[in-house]
Design a protein around this ligand. Structure first.
Ligand SMILES: [Zn+2]
Length: 321
């Protein structure tokens, strides 16, 4: 089978998975992949992604001119073209409307809190591109702000966008975005979101290299110190941590405010991670003292062994490949 035939089959399969997982309804969503030599293979306009066939795909050039195919290319083609222009390293683009992540996009709440190690090592943060009318040139303009430094983003009042070095990598990132959004939603419904301390976030970032993860940009060097904001508990730092009750959560949840002036979304990933005063999520040795029996449960650390942490990260990497 030729490389192009194989990619056509892969797009069909990704479309089927997106529809089966309810990331798209009706004719929503679109997928594209580089064919090499300045050509793209793209889903057509106006078809349900769950019922595509390989012959439906369009071939376009990088300006969006149709080179081959009976149907017209996706109505969101301009957004795809912008991603390929800004990211020569990227081979594939996936756009869908997964309901939980899109709920965050509607609420204006970015997925940028340091809560899951595997998300921090892979996607980093997931910002929200400003609202733009779908299918117009406004959408690529909104995406441009974040795409250089992020492999996944929410689109305000619309959906989500992920990119990857191959088609399945881009698709798996969409799964990660929706999974992360679901976990974040549950934690917030439960009334508490323990954040991973900034020091631990930086350690996780170092692991990217160790595990061969290619992130488009580093985590911003100067994240907000939320320990003073009364917003959320800090994992890995008992001292100075405050906890958030069910009632105190909502007003601050969406706050990206407070990022320093040097935090440019085009060059780094903003992650809300409070300073933990140098304490770490993982103790240095198995003999490290555990939280004392009398310690308030709200302030207790979550402890993972290195083996557990490595397993989490390896799992995430497998799913990205
Ligand atoms: Zn859409």
């Amino acid at each position: 089978m030729s490389a192009e035939a194989s990619l056509r089959d892969d797009i069909v399969e990704v479309g089927r998975r997106m529809y089966a997982r309810r990331y798209t309804a009706s004719n929503d969503g679109n997928v594209s992949v580089r064919l090499g030599a300045g050509r793209l293979l793209m889903t057509p306009k106006g078809v349900c992604k769950g019922f595509m066939t390989p012959d439906m795909m369009c071939v376009t050039d990088l300006e969006g001119r149709k080179l081959q195919g009976d149907r017209d290319p996706s109505s969101e083609m301009l957004m795809h073209l912008e991603v390929y222009r800004q990211r020569p390293d990227i081979q594939a683009v996936v756009h869908a409307h997964p309901p939980v992540a899109t709920g965050f996009a509607v609420a204006g709440i970015p997925l940028d809190r340091a809560v899951l190690a595997e998300v921090l090592t892979t996607l980093g943060s997931i910002p929200i591109a400003a609202y733009a009318t779908p299918s117009t040139a406004e959408l690529p303009a909104a995406v441009r702000k974040y795409i250089k430094a992020h492999d996944g983003m929410l689109l305000a009042n619309h959906g989500a966008l992920t990119v990857g070095r191959d088609l399945f990598s881009a698709y798996y990132k969409m799964e990660t975005v929706e999974h992360f959004a679901t976990i974040s939603l549950v934690a917030r419904l439960l009334g508490r979101e323990n954040l991973i301390a900034r020091e631990e976030v930086l350690r996780l970032q170092e692991l990217r290299g160790t595990y061969g993860i290619t992130a488009p940009a580093p985590i911003c060097a100067d994240p907000v110190d939320m320990s003073a904001s009364g917003d959320a508990s800090i994992v890995g730092a008992s001292a100075g941590a405050s906890s958030v009750g069910a009632s105190g959560d909502g007003s601050i949840v969406g706050a990206s405010a407070g990022a320093s002036a040097g935090d440019d979304p085009a060059t780094c990933q903003f992650v809300q991670a409070p300073s933990g005063g140098g304490q770490r999520l993982v103790p240095d040795s198995p003999d490290a003292p555990r939280a004392s029996a009398g310690q308030d449960r709200d302030d207790a650390e979550i402890r993972l062994t290195y083996r557990q942490l490595s397993a989490l990260i390896e799992d995430a990497i497998r799913s990205l490949r």
